[in-house]
Design a binder for this molecule. Structure first.
Ligand SMILES: [Zn+2]
Ligand SMILES: [Zn+2]
Length: 254
């Protein structure tokens, strides 16, 4: 933390400031320490405020962040750290389903597999992040795109991390990655529950208390015309949801 300049302006956390320190704007180099300080501030905000910032980050800047992330080769990078922090938003689910996002899980699996020898010397929060990001990607995208070689390296190392980091987030996320890679029957109900939670805004009516996955006549749910990241069983529920939805409704850049 000593490398972080003492500039009060850095305490002002916005979608743009996070994207800047993650390297998403070409005029500013990424800065992992400032980014992590800003993410710490974001995490101290109420859940709803955090969610608005993360929705804006992914909706407006995911293509730029994805470009920066693709150019890197490391398993943990500032762009990846920010994407991981914002990975619970419906916009991220939508990006992973788009052609530009299709290979993200396979690329990250390859990076983690290439980094297995360095993992023991990484800071614990990096190991936790690495597992958290990979497990989210496996949940949302499956593991079928992961090469057989990467799969075998990961299946060999993840149980060691699960044991070595037992009781902390790094061990738990390693366990989640392993369960998803090996399709562990015991973990399947829990994994399905988390997946449904992450995907619910894209696949289930956003009307208050509504659980419809199709319209009453069986047609696919209507998308919010602006964000395309919220769906409704009809206009009444879209209207009823608007007061709560409007703060996270952004025009996506993808
Ligand atoms: Zn509904
Ligand atoms: Zn919307």
């Amino acid at each position: 933390m000593s490398t972080v300049p003492r500039d009060p302006a850095l305490l002002n956390v916005t979608a743009e400031s996070l994207v800047r320190w993650a390297g998403g704007f070409e005029d500013t180099a990424p800065h992992a320490e400032i980014l992590s300080m800003q993410l710490g501030i974001a995490q101290s905000m109420p859940q709803a405020s955090q969610n608005i910032i993360y929705c804006e980050v992914i909706a407006k800047y995911m293509p730029a962040l994805a470009d920066v992330w693709r150019r890197a080769t490391e398993a943990v990078t500032p762009a990846g750290t920010l994407i991981n922090a914002a990975s619970t938003t419906p916009y991220f689910v939508r990006f992973l389903r788009s052609p530009d996002g299709a290979d993200i899980a396979a690329i990250q699996a390859q990076r983690v597999a290439a980094a297995v020898d360095r993992v023991p010397s990484m800071p614990l929060d990096h190991i936790a992040e690495l597992g958290q990001f990979l497990s989210t990607l496996f949940l949302l995208q499956g593991t079928q795109g992961v090469s057989a070689e990467d799969k075998s390296i990961l299946v060999q190392h993840l149980p060691q991390w699960e044991r070595r980091y037992d009781g902390v987030l790094a061990g738990e996320t390693a366990g989640r990655c392993l369960a998803l890679l090996t399709d562990d029957r015991n973990m399947r109900p829990m994994m399905d529950m988390v997946r449904n939670m992450l995907e619910s805004k894209m696949d289930k009516c956003g009307g208050p208390g509504c659980t419809r996955r199709v319209q009453k006549d069986g047609a696919v749910l209507q998308q919010c015309g602006r964000c395309k990241s919220a769906v409704y069983c009809g206009t009444p529920h879209q209207k009823a949801a608007w007061p709560a939805h409007k703060s996270t409704c952004f025009t996506p850049a993808f």
